[in-house]
Structures are given as C-alpha cells and as structure tokens.
Design a protein around this ligand. Structure first.
Ligand SMILES: Cc1cc2nc3c(=O)[nH]c(=O)nc-3n(C[C@H](O)[C@H](O)[C@H](O)COP(=O)(O)OP(=O)(O)OC[C@H]3O[C@@H](n4cnc5c(N)ncnc54)[C@H](O)[C@@H]3O)c2cc1C
Length: 459
C-alpha cells in the first residue's frame, strides 16, 4: 500500500503505471504515451482488450467492437512509449505520490516471448482441451492457447492446470513441433520492479452469476443464457460463428430478454447497471436480424440516457419487438397449453395490463448486473483505495473529481469505479491520463507545505 507524501518533496518519476488493459486502460496508456511519457501497462490476462473485445456490435451506432477495439490493441502493442506486460499482476506498491515503487509479477507463460513467432503450430498440435474463458465455456481452447485470433501480444500461454506435461510429465507435443524452439517448461514467475510517478487503475468489472436466482432457471435450462454469452453467440468470432442457436443447434423462434437481473433489486444490487437497457435493445435487433424470431423485452422501465440512445430505443421499438413492462416471476418448462409444450415459458406480471402473463419462447437472455471484480478487495488493499458501499473503487469527489482517489497520485477510470458504457469509460480514461500527466509533467514535487499552499492558494 502507498505511503503518504514525504515532508521534503523531491523529483517526480516521469513514468506512469496503468493497471488493466481493457478499453479504459488502453485509452489511458495511449494518452500518456502521446505526451511521450513511458507507460507500464500491466494486464492480468494473456491479451489486452478486456470485455469490450468480447462484444459483437456496440450500441447505439452498431459499429463492431473489434473494428474499433483492435486498432487500439495493436497501437498499445507497438507504441514505443508503452511497455506492455500481459499475463502480469501488481504484487506490491510502496512509496508515495511522485515516487511509487511497484513490484510486478510476470507469470510464467512457458513460452519464450522473444523466440515465439505466433505461428500457432503449438495450438494445432496440442491434444489437450479446456473450456475457453473467452467464449465463456461455450467453446473450447487448447492447453496452450491465445484467447482469440486478434490477441495482443500474439504469444500463447500454457495453462499449467490443463497441460499434460506439467501435470504428469508426459506429452511435450508443443515443444516437439514448435519451429522456433520457443517452448520453455522451465520458466518461472519473475518479479519486475519499476518506479513511477503516477498510477491509473482500470481493472474493470465482473458480471453477476445468476445461478442462485433459481427463478430464472440459469444452469437448469440449457437455453437460458447470460447477456455476455449471447454477445459471444452473435459474434462471428464466437463459438457458433455468429449463428444464434439453441443448444441442439436449431434456431429459436421466440426469445425473451429479461432486464434488471440482479440490478435495481434490493436482494442483489440496488444500483442500475446503466448499460443493460441499451444492450437489451441491441440484442433484440441483432437476434431478430439473425433469426427472425419473435423477441420480447421484459423491462421495469427503459433507461436510455446517452447521446443517440433514445433514438436507438425508438428505432428498435419500430422493429416489431414486443415490449412487456413488468418483473419476471419465473422461467419454467412446465407447459399448460399446446403452444408451451417443449418450450420455456416466461411468467411475468404485465404492469401495464395489470395481469399475469405467460410467454412461451425457446431462448431466454438474462441481462445480468455489472459488479465489482471478485478480487476488488485485494486490489483496494494493494493500492490503498477505498470502496463504495457496492464495492466499486471510490473516487475523491463524485461530481468534481471523479478520476482521483483518496491516495494522491493514484487515479481511476472505467468500470472499476462503477458501471458505465464505452463512451463514458473512454472519457474517464482520457481524464485520468490528463490528471496523471499533469502530475508527472511537474518534474518536481515541492515540500508538503508548499504543495498545500498551492492547493489552497491556487497559484
Ligand atoms: C453484455 C454487455 C454488453 C455491452 N454492450 C455495450 C455496448 O454495446 N456499448 C457500450 O458502450 N457499452 C457496452 N457494454 C459496456 C462495456 O463493456 C464497458 O463499458 C467496458 O467494457 C468497460 O471497460 P473497462 O476497461 O472499464 O473494463 P474491462 O473491459 O472489464 O477491462 C478491465 C481489464 O483489466 C484487467 N484486469 C482486471 N484486474 C486486473 C489486475 N488486478 N491486474 C491487471 N489487469 C487486471 C482485465 O483482465 C481486463 O482486461 C456492455 C457490457 C456488457 C456486460
């Protein structure tokens, strides 16, 4: 955890650390690099990109997420001012504003980054498979893998829990076939120590697991999906190559999209996740386009607050999508009419009609809440951050200083601070980068007394 600034002041380290390389982290790193300050961009997973790269198209413009995201990925991969450290995590920080000492753990990839050419032969030859995290378990990957084709860097990692050689001492197929001799089973985690003047935390969000909400039947009925799973089904790079299909491979004729699953719900999260109404509309449009199914939106009320959002709502309303205002009571497979036989039935109170209705469909999509990451407490401890009552990292002042934190020199951007869409994430990332640059560009930190005089006197 960071200490308070020293009494005597001193030189400010010119480099900046950005933690997390989703859209927030990539944007912040590029802004700092544009000002010719060096950035250490630390990403936990084997590739940059974050959740945005798992999306298909993005509301309200429906431009494809990878078309706008992959250029940023390659820019952070090739920018000479960015030292990209994927498959890495911050273990410890010490020091204070202007002079943080950071220990970064580079996890063993078991692949020599300098020798690997990214040819992919190792992945072809590897006989061992596991669920793909990238496709949320809807598809498989190998024991040696890159999460997806456009991953940056294009260097695979070996999953030591799945690799037969690392588990039993037998196999080495990847090593045998690698033309570059890049497989290195002797690799171990290494600790890299860096010194930076400012830190930007952009560790993003997790999604609520709806399994305990038994009324929705997730995990019980195979054709109940989460919203992010549906993004992967819709995506041409996903496990079904963009075909929205049921588990038996057939095309759904009716699809229900249930809003506010775990958001605006006192039993789970009181807050609104801010993006679900909009991505629910997006899913309605894309599912209809791909399947021609009847699509139903079960919503509490529609929250379409951003630029172009209300217009998007109007556009989808005119696309023959059924809007049912009401809270869903249950998803069941118990049929009481012929039409419901062998289908899922969404039982819902229609609050406009004031009656309980039953809607037979083949697929249910749960618009699940955005949550703080499961390890948010641990990250808060390492960086000395406060968390709000919901567990997101707390900003210094919600309205007037939403990028600063209670620890001087440490800034926030993106969904680690609270649920938000891509435009707000990018805006906050640019703001956080500006804050970090304003600090490191000063070159010298005065004594605490001087700093306080500047802060109070404003000159
Ligand atoms: C189903 C769904 C559909 C959506 N559709 C849209 C849409 O159409 N339009 C729109 O505007 N918004 C949409 N959004 C919202 C959008 O996904 C977010 O606004 C955006 O992804 C937030 O980016 P982020 O960088 O803050 O977080 P993330 O994308 O979560 O990125 C965080 C990164 O930090 C890394 N990380 C985490 N912990 C650590 C650590 N300790 N050390 C190092 N790295 C770490 C993660 O691996 C990840 O790469 C959608 C969201 C969902 C759930």
């Amino acid at each position: 955890m960071a200490e308070k600034a020293g009494e005597s002041g001193g030189r400010i380290k010119p480099d900046v650390l950005v933690v997390g390389a989703g859209i927030a982290g990539m944007q912040a790193a590029l802004e700092v690099a544009d000002a010719e300050h060096h950035v250490y961009l630390v990403e936990k997973s084997p590739t940059v990109g974050g959740r945005m790269l798992q999306l298909d198209k993005t509301f309200p413009t429906l431009d494809c997420a990878s078309c706008i995201g992959t250029p940023k990925m390659s820019q952070v991969g090739s920018n000479r001012f960015i030292n990209l450290m994927t498959y890495s995590e911050v273990d410890e920080i010490s020091g204070h504003v202007g002079d943080f000492k950071v220990k970064i753990r580079k996890k063993a990839r078991f692949v020599d980054e300098h020798k690997c050419t990214g040819c992919g032969v190792c992945q072809e030859k590897c006989p061992w498979r596991a669920d793909s995290e990238w496709n949320l378990g809807l598809g498989k990957r190998k024991a040696i893998y890159t999460p997806f084709a456009q991953a940056v860097p294009n260097i695979p990692v070996i999953d030591k829990n799945v690799c037969a050689f690392l588990q039993t001492g037998k196999c080495r197929a990847c090593e045998k076939f690698c033309p570059a001799g890049a497989i290195d089973f002797n690799q171990t985690d290494t600790i890299v120590e860096v010194e930076v003047g400012a830190i930007i935390v952009t560790t993003g969000f997790d999604l609520l697991d709806p399994t305990p909400m038994i009324q929705y039947g997730y995990g019980k009925f195979e054709n109940v999906f989460t919203s992010l799973e549906v993004e992967r089904l819709i995506s041409s790079t996903g496990p079904t190559e963009g075909h929205v299909v049921l588990k038996d491979g057939s095309t759904p004729k009716g699809v229900a999209i249930i809003h506010c699953v775990g958001s605006r719900d006192e039993n789970y999260h009181e807050y609104c996740s801010r993006v679900c109404c909009m991505y629910g509309l997006k899913h309605a449009h894309l599912i209809k386009e791909k399947t021609g199914a009847d699509v139903y939106q079960m919503y509490i009320d529609m929250r379409c607050f951003g630029k172009g959002y209300e217009e998007f709502y109007k556009r989808i309303s005119e696309e023959d999508v059924h809007f049912i205002r009401g809270k869903v009571a249950q998803v069941t497979d118990i049929a009481i009419t012929d039409e419901e036989k062998d289908r899922l039935v969404v039982v819902c109170e229609d609050t406009l009609l004031g009656t309980l209705i039953r809607v037979p469909v083949d697929m249910v999509v749960l618009s699940i809440a955005m949550e703080p990451r499961t390890d948010a407490d641990q990250i808060a401890k390492i960086f000395g951050l406060k968390q709000d009552k919901d567990g997101f990292f707390e900003e210094e002042h919600y309205k007037l200083d939403p990028m600063s934190t209670g620890t001087e020199g440490i800034f926030l951007a993106g969904c680690c601070q609270g649920p938000k869409d891509i435009p707000d994430t990018v805006a906050q990332a640019i703001g956080a980068a500006a804050k970090a640059l304003a600090l490191v560009a000063r070159g010298e930190i005065g004594t605490r007394a001087e700093a306080e005089a500047v802060a109070v006197g404003g000159n």
